[in-house]
Ligand binder design. Structure first.
Ligand code: KIV
Ligand code: ZN
Length: 529
């Protein structure tokens, strides 16, 4: 593995918690964000962009908690060029052992005229002032000319040169709307180096969106042109079609090292687990044929391929599943395992569970171990992730009854514990038992919900596998997701629905509070890039 400052080392800047979190329906709370950040640290990313602190008190708090509790990577906070943004970013990250402020302003005329409604001269002035202010807080400053790939390269070079003059040590060239092509992006870098030679003294970075499905290819082209930082997100989540997928660019650099000589500091064996965690917490499933982490990424269907792989794995596999951590489902616990064994196993999987949380997890484990013969690492991971979400709920499932038949309309009765501790029962009928349960929950909580997505997956293979349900719904004007895990799909569905509902109502309440604060300050409530 190339050392941090070696010329062949590509730094991985993870923006799952910032750009990734801007995907519709994702509503991570602080605890979940810290959990993901800790896993990103185990994965070995160089930088975690933990959030955009000015956007909300919740975002500020999450960035601050990550800065205080996550060791290893540089912790970065995003800021527009406004003084208030930079002050907020610094306020949130200043406790991190290594902290970075990432400030940005657009250089494309389309953004300058229509969005910023200002002039090129003003953009230059804002970039200069922002980097200078950020530099008064910390040395580690990153500057991004947003929408650079649709901007005139001469102007972008001028603005980047100003940022470097003021002390930026990383200059990121975003393909904000996923418009560029690998060849064009490479030429853009060459031009930037020619027009602003001082860029050779700083680390150039790529940040590519996937609107045309080229985010990984463009990021790769950027590294071939000299960029030594890639901004990416786990499972490729992010605005619109998403960002460059972390696992794909990392495995591309690793697998084709023969071609370019570059590598990252990522512990690739942590990739699969990180992907599962992000998918669970965000409610964004991974498509089965997704490169590197999809369920079928290492599956061989045709007889010829199976035959080849049995004879010699490399006949049809360019990567080894063990290299990305897909081999880690050894059996860890059985029905008679005790609390200590559970705690140790969870710790080995990266979850620190103590006190009440451990008691709760142990109870869940016993229930599952009673139904399943063996509890595997993947099962434990699903239970532990479920526990992280459990404590953040407004509402909780108390119990349910369902009558299902092909001759009568299914009917459900569900008891939900409200935030006040009161238990409310609702009844409902529907097209099937799941629909009846969802209807009964709505009656119990007296909130209208619009179901947007419902998916069921098996955590492991086999008849006794745990089922994992993801629900995405809209309630209170807010879109949110929730997951539930159980050996019983109906129970998992009820849990997932109640969590999604809790998250949506929490999101709606936060949005309302933000709007009130923004009204008072007459600033846009969510200054998303
Ligand atoms: O896509 C983009 O341009 C961004 C910037 C803030 C880097 O996300
Ligand atoms: Zn972006």
């Amino acid at each position: 593995m190339a050392s941090t400052n070696s010329p062949d080392r590509v730094h991985i800047f993870d923006t799952t918690l910032r750009d990734g979190e801007q995907s519709p329906g994702i509503s991570l709370n602080t605890r979940e964000k810290v959990e993901i950040a800790q896993q990103l640290a185990r994965l070995g990313v160089d930088v975690i962009e933990a959030g955009f602190p000015i956007t909300s008190p919740g975002d500020f708090e999450a960035v601050q908690e990550i800065s205080r509790n996550v060791e290893g990577p540089v912790i970065c906070g995003l800021a527009r060029t406004h003084k208030a943004d930079i002050d907020a970013a610094w306020g949130a990250i200043k406790d991190a052992p290594r902290a970075r402020i990432h400030t940005f302003i657009s250089t494309s005329d389309i953004h300058i005229e229509h969005q910023l409604q200002t002039t090129r001269d003003d953009v230059k002035g804002q970039a200069r002032a922002a980097v200078a202010l950020a530099k008064s807080y910390t040395d580690d400053i990153e500057f991004s000319p947003m929408d650079a790939t649709r901007a005139e390269v001469e102007f972008t070079a001028e603005v980047c040169a100003i940022a470097v003059e003021e002390g930026a040590i990383v200059v990121n060239i975003p393909d904000t709307v996923g418009y560029t092509t690998p060849e064009e992006y490479r030429r853009y870098f060459e031009e930037l180096y020619r027009l602003a030679p001082d860029l050779r003294d700083v680390r150039l970075s790529v940040h590519c969106h996937d609107d045309l499905g080229l985010a990984v290819a463009n990021s790769y082209a950027g590294t071939l042109a000299g960029a030594r930082q890639v901004e990416c997100a786990v499972n490729g989540i992010g605005e619109r079609a998403g960002n460059c997928s972390l696992e794909e660019i990392v495995m591309l650099l690793r697998t084709r090292r023969d071609e370019h000589g570059l590598d990252t500091g990522i512990d690739t064996r942590e990739i699969a687990r990180t992907s599962r965690m992000v998918s669970r917490f965000t409610g964004y499933p991974v498509q089965p044929n997704k490169a590197v982490v999809g369920r079928n990424a290492f599956a061989h269907e045709s007889g010829i391929h199976q035959d080849g792989v049995l004879k010699e794995r490399t006949t049809y596999e360019i990567m080894d599943a063990t290299e990305v951590g897909l081999d880690s489902n050894r059996i860890v616990l059985g029905k008679h395992s005790g609390r200590h064994a559970l705690r140790d196993a969870l710790e080995e999987l990266g979850f620190k569970v103590e006190g009440q949380a451990l008691n709760h997890a142990f109870k869940r484990f016993k229930e599952i171990a009673d139904k399943k013969k063996q509890v595997t690492a993947l099962d434990l991971e699903a239970i532990a992730s479920d526990e992280v979400r459990e404590r953040s709920e407004r509402y909780a499932l108390a119990w349910f009854d369902v009558e299902a038949s092909s001759r009568r309309e299914p009917h459900a009765k569900v008891a939900v514990t409200l935030p006040s501790g009161e238990e409310r029962v609702g009844e409902g009928s529907g097209d099937g038992p799941v629909d009846a349960i969802f209807g009964a929950i709505q009656k119990a909580v007296e909130v209208e919900c619009e179901l947007r997505q419902y998916t069921v997956t098996a955590v492991t293979e086999g008849d006794d596998a745990l089922g994992e349900v993801t629900v995405m719904l809209r309630a209170g004007g807010h879109l949110a997701s929730g997951q539930g895990v159980s050996t019983d799909i109906l129970e998992a569905s009820a849990r997932a629905y109640i969590r999604a509902l809790s998250n949506a109502l929490e999101g709606a309440a936060i949005r309302e509070a933000e709007a009130a604060t923004a009204d008072a300050a007459s600033e846009p409530a969510t200054p998303g890039p």
